[in-house]
Ligand binder design. Structure first.
Ligand SMILES: C[S@@+](CC[C@H](N)C(=O)[O-])C[C@H]1O[C@@H](n2cnc3c(N)ncnc32)[C@H](O)[C@@H]1O
Length: 207
């Protein structure tokens, strides 16, 4: 699970979680591209929305992708651009941008990855962001990431977006669904607080 407890700064969050393995949704999307063949990885661009300090970006770079990380936090982008132990030419394939989801722009791309990030988009901006993600993807491009459900402990928090199952499904038009895994479980936050998680793990392919 991933989250940022209230009292933890994003910088501390990145420190605690930065070395953890990449997300399954991102791995599934990369595997699906590999299985299809097509453009070689070094000609594929992934935009990592809410990239944090780059735990997914490391893997995309390792697998040869071009990566543009976008995050509202300067500390995230600083961490991303300073990632240690990157393979060979990876640094030349990596770029980062400080921007909020609400106004961020990015070039046409093959993958928009947004691991545990889009729930932090304020609800009044969510649908425009969702449409921008779809529009920015090249044909056959993919979205990978998580959205939160309405039974999540944090539902109702100001500035965050939560969805019913029907609300999720309504937003899947225009996509071929490769993964839609709804998970509810009780566990803990990075800070160790008990929490009920209601998460939709999504991997979607643009039709
Ligand atoms: C829970 S972290 C996830 C980080 C990383 N994707 C991961 O899987 O570990 C969410 C990230 O979204 C960023 N974020 C939160 N609200 C944002 C916004 N409105 N615009 C852009 N980034 C935002 C935070 O700075 C943070 O790095």
């Amino acid at each position: 699970m991933s989250d940022r407890p209230n009292a933890l700064s994003w910088a501390e969050y990145y420190q605690r979680t930065g070395g953890r393995p990449p997300r399954d949704t991102m791995l599934a999307a990369l595997d699906a591209f590999d299985a299809e063949g097509g453009a070689p990885p070094e000609r594929r661009l992934a935009v990592d929305l809410g990239c944090g300090a780059g735990r997914d970006a490391v893997e995309m770079l390792r697998r040869g992708w071009l990566v543009l990380g976008i995050d509202a936090e300067p500390a995230a982008i600083a961490g991303l651009l300073a990632l240690p132990n990157l393979p060979g030419d990876a640094r030349s394939r990596l770029d980062g941008r400080v921007a909020r989801f609400e106004e961020a722009e990015w070039p046409a791309c093959h993958l928009v990855n947004a691991s545990f990030a889009l729930p932090l988009c304020p609800p009044e901006y969510f649908d425009a962001l969702w449409a921008r993600i779809h529009d920015a993807l090249l044909p056959g491009g993919r979205f990978a990431g998580q959205l939160y459900g309405v039974r999540d402990s944090w539902a109702g928090r100001a500035g965050m977006t939560f969805h019913t199952a029907a609300g999720i499904d309504a937003r899947l038009a225009g996509w071929r669904v490769e993964m839609r895994r709804e998970v509810e479980e009780d566990s803990t936050t990075v800070r160790g607080e008990a929490k009920h998680w209601h998460i939709f793990h999504l991997v979607l392919r643009k039709r």
